[in-house]
Design a protein around this ligand. Structure first.
Ligand code: PLP
Length: 433
């Protein structure tokens, strides 16, 4: 028993102190409340307080949305959605979901183990295994949970496991690795040489996992996957690749960057989401039958939670199937990315250069970033959420534009004009020509 617990037991058994404990108990909630309000105030004064836009996506008219907020027009255009391909309103996806609701009802009714596995979950896992050319796949309620549960379970249970984690990995991977309590070594972002430098110092016999992403969501830069795999293989490390921003988007069938580059066979675990380009919700891993069976058998975050609704599995299944054979959405999206980039470049708006579909417009100040976002909404009905600390480092605040397959030339024109106007009005710096 810790001395704190002893002190507590002594004090509750001591009639003289009972009074003061009751007093303290009465005061405590007020103190917690004051503490919380203080922290929230700090966020506000730093310009980092999150304000959600209250919008309603219009199926069939996306990127248009009804604006329920008090600022801006009744109808707005969304420029910061991860529904990159418009699959959230695809007729096949919506029809599959409606059909599954009629057929199976609303919820799964249980965990996967206890009555919650519906045939749609099984079909979806088969489809995802095929998409990534792996033996198996395992679905989770979100991409966050899939990263957290898979890394958390594997790294915790393999004795002496060391995780090598890219410095810019997503919070869900970081939390999973931390939760595992395994030894964690951070390598410089996208730096295979730094990874090698660290691997050299480690016990050659220790089991190791290299965890990284393909497309990084905030800068839109893409990992040197082949170089990282070369190093990992040389040191006998297992590889874990988060392809959340790439699945559905890259490769002839939407298998992601590793698929496009012919590298899937060399990656042990590919992790993806069904909530971004696939337009529905859920996450998954694709890997060997043994790895999937292991995570299925030991991951608390997989086992002790209600399975995703069958209709969501059916919708995701329809979406994955569609994007396996259709390139129209991917091509259209890439075309729109090119158009947006060209327009912004012509006006010398500072945009982070990258090879992906993500267009980060750099404001580099949290208060101005929020202000620009508010003004775009108010004056032009353009909705783009400001991205501030801690999502990105301080001083790199930005508007993360995500052109989709369903934006029109008129949408792009309005966006470009509005951004140019606000840049002049606020005397924000332009890029060097
Ligand atoms: C969004 C995101 C996730 C989480 O996926 P969800 O399905 O939204 O939970 C995981 N990794 C990265 C890199 C992401 O950007």
């Amino acid at each position: 028993m810790s001395s704190r617990e002893e002190a507590y037991i002594f004090s509750v058994n001591d009639p003289k102190s009972r009074h003061s404990i009751e007093d303290a108990a009465k005061r405590a909630p007020a103190n917690i409340d004051a503490f919380m309000r203080g922290e929230i105030e700090t966020l506000k004064s730093d310009g980092n307080y999150r304000v959600f836009a209250d919008i309603e996506r219009c199926a069939g008219a996306f990127p248009e949305a009804v604006n329920h907020g008090s600022v801006g027009p009744d109808r707005v255009k969304v420029w910061c959605s991860n529904d990159y391909l418009g699959m959230g309103q695809h007729p096949d996806v919506m029809a599959a979901m409606k059909r599954a609701i009629e057929q199976c009802g609303a919820g799964a009714g249980g965990t996967r183990n206890i009555s919650g596995t519906n045939h749609y979950h099984v079909l979806l896992e088969r489809e995802l295994a095929d998409l990534h050319r792996k033996e198996s796949a395992l679905i989770f309620t979100s991409g966050y949970v899939s990263n957290w549960a898979t890394l958390g379970t594997i790294a915790a249970r393999i004795p002496g496991c060391i995780v090598l984690s890219d410095a810019c990995n997503h919070a869900s991977m970081i939390e999973g690795i931390r939760h595992s309590r395994a030894e964690r070594r951070i390598f410089n972002h996208n730096d295979a040489e730094d990874l090698e430098r660290i691997l050299k110092t480690l016990d050659p016999l220790a089991p190791k996992i290299v965890a990284f992403e393909s497309v990084y969501s905030m800068d839109g830069d893409i990992a040197p996957i082949e170089d990282i795999l070369d190093v990992a293989e040389r040191y006998g490390a297992m590889t874990y690749l988060d392809e959340v921003h790439a699945v559905g988007m890259y490769g002839p069938r939407g298998g992601g960057i590793a698929d496009a580059r012919g590298l899937v066979d060399r990656i042990d675990i590919i992790e993806g989401t069904l909530g971004k380009a696939f337009g529905v919700v859920g996450g998954y891993i694709a890997a060997s039958a043994t790895i999937c069976d292991y995570v299925r058998s030991f991951a608390s975050g997989f086992i002790f939670t209600t399975a995703m609704p069958p209709a969501c599995a059916a919708g995701a299944l329809a979406s994955v199937r569609h994007l396996k054979k259709s390139c129209v959405e991917r091509d259209r999206q890439q075309e729109n990315v090119g158009k947006v980039r060209a327009r912004l470049a012509a006006m010398r708006i500072p945009v982070l250069d990258n090879e992906s579909h993500i267009v980060p417009v750099m404001v580099k100040d949290p208060v101005k970033c929020k202000w620009v976002s508010d003004w775009l909404m108010q004056a032009h009905g353009i909705y783009v959420q400001p991205v501030n600390y801690p999502t990105v480092p301080k001083g790199t605040e930005r508007l993360r534009l995500t052109p989709s397959a369903v934006h029109t030339d008129a949408d792009i024109d309005l966006l470009a004009r509005a951004i140019s106007e606000i840049w002049s009005q606020c005397a924000l710096s332009r890029a060097v020509a």
